[in-house]
Ligand binder design. Structure first.
Ligand code: MN
Length: 733
């Protein structure tokens, strides 16, 4: 009866569908993909929605129902299942017509009614851009659809079509919707891996929010794109030929950069239009996994691969299920070309993200049940978490999503509500440098969600970050320990290097002037022409800096020009000068270390490893504190990156002073243990600085600090202690 009514209403001949309906079914794959009962189900939804929206018009003057069919078509193209397509046709019925959730449920199924209901609820939710509580909005949006993520997919299609037809609205409304799409929908589509939808949204947003730049690009792009297509054709020609010979059926996709991504690149990297096309991307989609590797071999046989850019995400898929082989090769004319190789199914997952999980499988699909089960499990888990969490904070919620959806990225907001994508573990300082290098360099503090947070705290998705700057603030090297982005790192390093150099130049100049006065050669020095060239320095500043930084001694520089001053000290030297030189030597000797070719250096011993005479040692040139001597095996030194500051040193043959050593003695508990240990030590004429014993059950741990003359003495003592009854081990701490 309903059918008869509908038929009369729609004025449809029996057995013949309207053109837009046929197109819709064809988009889904036609009768290859859907059976007669499913087609009927969709037809019923189509008819119901058409009737419900009867008489309603869009701003463009077209019947409102056209919007419903378009939204369904977007999803049909993505090969979503018949229920989703039907829900898309009905998505505005509850919101905009007299029908209720109950009506839809009675007429169709609960599953479908719930989908429609979810979309309606989402439409009720007003997301304002530049609002404070973006994280909460995200959360609400996702929670509200926790029952079925398809709701969000329908909503994306709805939004995409609205964006496509934005031009019929007022300018103010256009901008509001575009901003909302930029702040809420596009980032979320990105999160859910729906890159195709995201890209189109971004291009549409770009047109509305940056009309001038958009028009300029539209003028520039066609020529560039024509060149690109020609080039890709040339690149692929031999590969295609050989693949065909090998009987491999493949489709070749060469997608030109989206307008928005070109614009972003120009802005972010401050580059002119011509400069942003540093790499071309080609995608090859094949039937079977083996063929991905065969074609890969073909490509590498024609073009030289760039080794470090090869990635096999088929063998090791990303957490969100992304699979693809990526290789970058040197194409004709030496241009780098990135090639992605994947199967049809992988391509859909990569393009449609979460939506691919509901893709309606073809009747004779090769996708194994295992694959589908795996995908479904992943989503079920996510949905379960979404449903069971109620009191968790938005941070915790974002945490879960982070794990499940986007393992290696977080997204945070500027005070204006713009989204910034940063790597996991990024800090407010990374954020500051991401905004602008000057903001980073002068960053003195940060407010995260309106609260002051340390610069090294980890940001989380959804955080709103505000950077506090001060003109007097300067970066310091400790920043390098916690920043995550290379942008921040390189900026800090560059700044520090510049600072250090300046400092070294200043210090070196001082040392040089002092020494010149001392040897009374200031005038002669002034008349020398480019002394740095003689010593093979690039500039005079660099030469002076080498002295300031301790890499070179002033005497090693000046003795080249005034050898008589250094090789044979003149008789006229004052007594004070002699005394000074003696003191320096004495100091060096009493410390027991000799350093080749370096004079007048202060020496101290690393507290981290306490080297004693006989230990293999190295020296480290510190800034302003002379040289510290460490054991060669010292861990602190192992992690030191400034290898050029490490120099060879030796234990001087001269008498050594005594060194403190800490020993850990493990022994069985027994009578007179402490007495025996101290007696053995004293027998070597060794002073005990500290001694402590701790008993745990029948094992005693003794810590002894003693003054030792050298490694040999220590070794003798150790073997004597070990020979004592009950002693298990003796280790130097
Ligand atoms: Mn709609």
């Amino acid at each position: 009866m309903v059918a008869a009514l509908l038929n009369r209403f729609l004025n449809t001949e029996e057995g013949k569908y309207p053109a837009d309906f046929t197109t819709l079914v064809n988009l889904m794959g036609g009768s290859n993909s859907i059976g007669p009962s499913e087609e009927e189900f969709i037809w019923k939804a189509y008819s119901f929605a058409k009737k419900a929206h009867q008489g309603q018009l869009r701003k463009s003057g077209e019947p409102y129902f056209i919007h419903c069919v378009e939204v369904a078509s977007i999803l049909a193209e993505m090969k979503l299942d018949p229920v989703t397509i039907s829900a898309a046709l009905l998505h505005d019925v509850v919101e905009d017509t007299g029908y209720t959730f109950k009506d839809v449920e009675q007429e169709f199924t609960e599953e479908l009614a719930l989908l429609v209901d979810g979309v309606t609820k989402l439409s009720d939710m007003k997301f304002r851009s530049e609002e404070d509580k973006q994280a909460v909005n995200f959360r609400k949006m996702l929670l509200s659809v926790a029952d079925d993520i398809r709701v969000i997919i329908i909503k994306f299609a709805d939004r995409l079509h609205n964006m496509r037809t934005l031009k019929h609205l007022t300018a103010v409304k256009q901008r509001r919707i575009a901003r909302e799409t930029r702040d809420i929908y596009a980032p979320l589509a990105h999160r859910l891996g729906m890159y195709r939808i995201k890209s189109e949204m971004e291009d549409l947003i770009f047109k509305v929010l940056e009309p001038k730049a958009s028009k300029e690009l539209e003028k520039l792009i066609p020529k560039r794109q024509a060149f690109f297509e020609k080039y890709v054709h040339r690149f692929l020609a031999p590969v295609k030929e050989r693949a065909e010979q090998a009987g491999i059926e493949a489709s070749y996709k060469s997608r030109f950069k989206t307008h928005y991504s070109i614009f972003r690149k120009m802005q972010d990297q401050n580059r002119p239009f011509e400069d942003v096309f540093d790499i071309y991307a080609v995608r090859i989609v094949v039937d079977k996994v083996e063929e991905c590797y065969s074609v890969l071999g073909l490509i590498h046989s024609f073009y030289k691969p760039i080794q470090e850019r090869f990635k096999d995400f088929i063998a090791q898929p990303k957490a969100n299920g992304y699979q693809s082989i990526q290789t970058t090769v040197i194409g004709p004319d030496g241009l780098p070309v990135e090639v992605q190789l994947r199967t049809q199914a992988m391509d859909q997952t990569a393009e449609e993200g979460v939506a691919a999980h509901w893709q309606y499988k073809e009747r004779n699909s090769k996708t194994s049940q295992d694959d589908i089960d795996q995908q479904v499990t992943w989503l079920r888990n996510l949905v379960d978490i979404l449903q069971t969490e109620d009191r968790t904070t938005s941070h915790q919620f974002m945490d879960m999503l982070k794990i499940d959806l986007y393992k290696d990225e977080i997204f945070v907001y500027t005070p204006k509500g713009e989204v910034r994508i940063l790597p996991l573990g990024a800090t407010p300082l990374d954020f500051a440098f991401d905004v602008h290098s000057q903001v980073g360099l002068h960053c003195i503090g940060a407010k995260v969600n309106s609260r002051i947070k340390p610069l090294n705290s980890e940001l989380e998705s959804g955080d709103k970050v505000e950077i506090i700057t001060s003109d007097s603030q300067k970066p310091n090297s400790s920043w390098l320990k916690f920043v995550k982005t290379s942008k921040a790192k390189s900026n800090i390093r560059k700044w520090i290097k510049g600072q250090e150099f300046e400092q070294s130049v200043r210090l070196g100049k001082e040392i040089l002037e002092k020494e010149l006065r001392k040897i009374r050669k200031a005038k002669e020095w002034k008349h020398l022409k480019d002394p740095h060239i003689v010593l093979k320095f690039e500039s005079e500043d660099k030469m002076v800096a080498s002295v300031g930084s301790g890499h070179r001694t002033i005497s090693s520089i000046l003795s080249k020009f005034f050898p008589e001053e250094y090789i044979a000290p003149r008789q006229e030297r004052t007594e004070a000068q002699f005394a000074e030189s003696f003191l320096n030597r004495a100091r060096r000797n009493t410390r027991g270390v000799s350093i080749h070719g370096i004079d007048n250096m202060m020496i101290s011993f690393g507290k981290c490893c306490n080297p004693i005479p006989g230990d293999p040692i190295i020296g480290f040139i510190t800034r302003g504190r002379g040289i510290t001597v460490h054991q060669k095996s010292c861990e602190t030194m192992g992690t030191n990156l400034e290898k050029e500051r490490i120099i060879d040193v030796d234990w001087a043959a001269a008498r050594a002073q005594k060194f403190l050593v800490r020993l850990k003695v493990l022994a069985q508990e027994r009578k007179h243990l402490v007495r025996d240990v101290t007696e053995i030590i004293s027998a070597y004429d060794i002073n005990i600085d500290t001694l402590s014993m701790k008993v745990d059950g029948d094992v005693v741990t003794g810590l002894v600090i003693i003054e030792i003359e050298g490694v040999k003495q220590l070794e003798r003592l150790k073997s004597k202690l070990l020979a004592s009854s009950g002693v298990i081990s003796v280790e130097r701490e």
